[in-house]
Design a protein around this ligand. Structure first.
Ligand code: GTP
Ligand code: MG
Length: 178
């Protein structure tokens, strides 16, 4: 008998310009990293198949532009998301301070059915630059805890540290919404 369970999950990545949203997606999906910065315009997605709990599902990962706050994309874009990934750069405190407004933006525009329990995941990127760190891990953990126990990883899109683990958790969080 064919399973009625959902097979496609929509993941949305949000965060300030330059934090590494495109790089994270590119590292996870294509195992590639480029040093050169090209700002994302609008939004685009990549798909990847993953196993969660013995079944194959497709993650549709949406990468957005940090610059425009996606205002042009609007609610229709956020609606139907199964997980929202909030990204900051551990060397850039301002990008960490923006997490609140990105979260608010998603909840306001996307209007998930159960906002209290909607799965967010926070990624502190550029861990390879830990010597230039400006955001303490404990501070980010605190923020995640006080916003409904959000899952948190420090990662590097450059050297791929924790990328597989983080996206495995993102996939599980998305599937938990069924
Ligand atoms: P917008 O598209 O403008 O919103 O930016 P973005 O969040 O997609 O950032 P992007 O992935 O384009 O990365 C910005 C810059 O940071 C690029 O020069 C990347 O090479 C660099 N970068 C991204 N991730 C890492 C990382 O983990 N470590 C280091 N050292 N650099 C990174
Ligand atoms: Mg980008």
């Amino acid at each position: 008998m064919a399973s009625k369970k959902k097979k496609l999950f929509k993941i949305i990545i949000l965060g300030d310009s330059g934090v590494g949203k495109t790089s994270l997606m590119n590292q996870y999906v294509n195992a590639r990293f480029t040093q050169q910065y090209r700002a994302t315009v609008g939004a685009d997605f990549m798909a990847k198949e993953v196993m969660i709990d013995d079944r194959m599902v497709t993650l549709q990962i949406w990468d957005t532009a940090g610059q425009e706050r996606c205002q042009s994309l609007g609610g229709a874009f956020y609606r139907g998301a199964d997980c929202c990934v909030l990204v900051y750069d551990i060397t850039n405190p301002k990008s960490f301070d923006s997490l609140d407004s990105w979260r608010d933006e998603f909840l306001m525009q996307g209007q998930p059915k159960d906002p209290e329990h909607f799965p967010f995941v926070v990624l502190g990127n550029k861990l390879d630059k830990a010597t230039e760190r400006k955001v303490q891990e404990s501070k980010a953990q605190q923020w995640c805890k006080s916003h409904g126990n959000i899952q948190f990883f420090e990662v590097s899109a450059k050297d791929a540290t924790n990328i597989e683990q983080a996206f495995q958790d993102i996939a599980k969080a998305a599937a938990s919404q069924e």
